[in-house]
Design a protein around this ligand. Structure first.
Ligand code: A3P
Length: 288
C-alpha cells in the first residue's frame, strides 16, 4: 500500500488519514471551545512529544494515563477521519487536541474563541530528515524516489500539510497573543524542565517540584521509546512498519548533517531566506 495524495485548497493530504469532507467540516463547522488546548505542529516536528508533555501536565505528573491510553486517544488529531464529529461529543474539559493544519485552514470558530495554542517548531532540515525516514515506513506519506526528490517537494510544499514556510508564517502571526505559546523542538531538547515550567505557566497549571520531575522523566526520549502508548507500536504494520524505521527514531537535533550534501544545504538555505524574508521571528538555527 502506498499513499497518493489528495488536495484540499491546494494542500496535499493522505486519503488514509483524512478527506475533503472532513477538512471542510473542520474548517466550517467544527466548534472550538474557549477552554480547548491545541497542540499545533507541522509533521515531524515533535507532535508526539508535546502530546506526552501535555498529557502528563494535565495529569499532575501522574504517568498512568500516558501508560495506559494511546497518544492518539489522549490528544487526538482534529482533522483525522471521523475525529471532528467525535470531538464534538467529548464531555471532558478541557479538550486536548492535536493538529497539523496550517493556520488558514483551521476552524473558522477558532478566531473568536479564547482557545490556547502551543505551537512547536523544529529546524526545517531536521523536519525533512525525520520526514524522509517516516515516509519509508508509513502509508500516510508518498514514498519518495530519493532524498533529493523529497527535498524538492518539501521546498515547493508538495508534501502532506503543505509548505513548512507557509505553516510557520501563518501560525507565528499569532505570536503576540497571550493565548499562543511558541515552543521549539530544540528548546525542549536543551531544557526540557524549563520548557515544562513555561508550558505549565501558560496553561495556568501549578505543579509542585515532584510533579514537574515526573513530567520531565516520562517525556524523555528513552521512556517514550519504550512506552507502547507513545511509540506507535500499537499501529498495525500496514499503517506504520517500524521494522523499516522506528517512529521514535533518533530524537536529536542536527541529524540533517548526515543527509544533506553541501549543495543541497546551500540550496535549502537560499529558499529558506527568500521565504522567511520579513518574518518577525528569529529561530536558534537562523544564527548558524
Ligand atoms: P526523528 O525522526 O528525528 O527521531 P512527530 O511526533 O511530529 O511525528 O515528530 C517525530 C519526531 O520527534 C521524531 O524525530 C521523534 O524521534 C521525535 N521525538 C518524539 N519524542 C521525542 C522525545 N521525547 N525526545 C526527542 N525527540 C522526540
Amino acid at each position: 500500500m502506498t499513499s497518493e495524495y489528495s488536495h484540499y485548497k491546494g494542500m496535499c493530504f493522505s486519503p488514509f488519514s483524512t478527506s475533503v469532507e472532513t477538512l471542510t467540516f473542520v474548517e466550517n463547522e467544527f466548534q472550538v471551545l474557549d477552554d480547548d488546548i491545541f497542540n499545533v505542529v507541522y509533521p515531524k516536528s515533535g507532535t508526539s512529544w508535546m502530546i506526552e508533555i501535555l498529557s502528563l501536565i494535565i495529569s499532575g505528573g501522574n504517568p498512568h494515563w500516558s501508560r495506559t491510553v494511546p497518544n492518539w486517544e489522549r490528544v487526538p488529531w482534529m482533522e483525522i477521519l471521523n475525529m471532528p464529529e467525535k470531538l464534538q461529543t467529548v464531555s471532558e474539559r478541557p479538550r486536548l487536541i492535536s493538529s497539523h493544519l496550517p493556520f488558514h485552514l483551521f476552524p473558522k470558530s477558532f478566531s473568536s474563541s479564547k482557545a490556547k495554542v502551543i505551537y512547536t517548531v523544529r529546524h526545517p532540515k531536521d523536519v525533512l530528515t525525520s520526514y524522509y525516514h517516516f515516509s519509508t515506513m508509513t502509508v500516510y506519506c508518498k514514498k519518495p524516489e530519493s532524498f533529493e526528490q523529497l527535498l524538492q517537494d518539501f521546498l515547493t510544499g508538495d508534501v502532506i500539510y503543505g509548505s513548512w514556510f507557509d505553516h510557520i508564517r501563518g501560525w507565528t502571526s499569532m505570536k503576540d497573543q497571550s493565548r499562543f505559546l511558541l515552543v521549539t523542538y530544540e528548546d525542549l531538547l536543551k531544557d526540557l524542565r524549563g520548557s515544562v515550567v513555561r508550558i505549565c505557566k501558560f496553561l495556568g497549571r501549578e505543579l509542585d517540584e515532584a510533579a514537574i520531575d515526573s513530567v520531565v522523566e516520562n517525556a524523555t526520549f528513552k521512556i517514550m521509546k519504550d512506552n507502547k502508548m507513545a511509540n506507535f507500536s500499537l499501529m498495525p504494520d500496514e499503517l506504520m512498519d517500524q521494522k523499516k524505521s522506528p517512529f521514535m527514531r533518533k530524537g536529536i537535533s542536527g541529524d540533517w548533517k548526515n543527509h544533506f550534501t553541501v549543495e543541497q544545504s546551500e540550496r535549502f538555505d537560499r529558499v529558506y531566506w527568500q521565504k522567511m524574508k520579513g518574518l518577525d521571528v528569529k529561530f536558534s538555527w537562523d544564527e548558524e
